[in-house]
Design a protein around this ligand. Structure first.
Ligand code: HEM
Ligand code: HEM
Length: 126
């Protein structure tokens, strides 16, 4: 589980840094929120999730709850990354994207809260 998080995180990291380099090279920073959230929500947060799973929760086999958490985070992050890219790139209108961005945000947020609940439920493993 932690490995899956880390592999997908690096893919976001590579794409997010490439976008940052493009922003720097073209002096066009309008994709700043896309870059920020690909790097923080796509890379940094999942690396922390992986560390929490491995170091504190000592999870070896993923449970149903963890799969749901994984799916919520990944759906939310993918939705936000694509949605923000379309929005700040001027490829789609705000009104059309709002519901999509809203649902994606709620998914990422629900994943965040769910890991906290799963963490509380798992009492000091050996
Ligand atoms: C070669 C690597 C990178 C390049 C070329 C790059 C480029 C940029 C650029 C051009 C900006 C816009 C600055 C502005 O308009 O104020 C920016 C902002 C930002 N970058 Fe990167 N970035 C890189 C790596 C990273 C990494 C590794 C992270 C995080 C893990 C990150 C997180 C952020 C954040 C959070 C902001 C927004 C800061 C703010 O609110 O002012 N970047 N980056
Ligand atoms: C459901 C998840 C999230 C949503 C919906 C969200 C939404 C937003 C919005 C609307 C902004 C203002 C963008 C602008 O007007 O420029 C913003 C900025 C920012 N967010 Fe998030 N955020 C989320 C998660 C996170 C997470 C997990 C982090 C850090 C770990 C983060 C870090 C930042 C930073 C550093 C900025 C300021 C830089 C920028 O303007 O891009 N966000 N976020």
């Amino acid at each position: 589980m932690d490995r899956k998080y880390i592999i997908i995180a690096f893919i976001y990291g590579i794409l997010g840094i490439a976008l940052g380099m493009w922003m720097a090279a073209t002096a066009n920073h309008r994709q700043l929120p896309t870059h920020t959230h690909m790097m923080l929500l796509g890379f940094t947060v999942p690396i922390l999730y992986a560390a929490i799973l491995k170091v504190w929760m000592k999870i070896t086999e993923p449970t149903k709850g963890l799969w749901i958490q994984f799916a919520l985070h990944q759906t939310g992050t993918l939705g936000l990354s694509i949605g923000l890219y379309l929005l700040y790139g001027g490829f789609a209108k705000r009104e059309g994207l709002d519901p999509f961005l809203g649902v994606s945000s709620l998914a990422a947020f629900a994943g965040f809260v769910l890991l906290f609940l799963l963490f509380l439920k798992r009492k000091s493993p050996a």
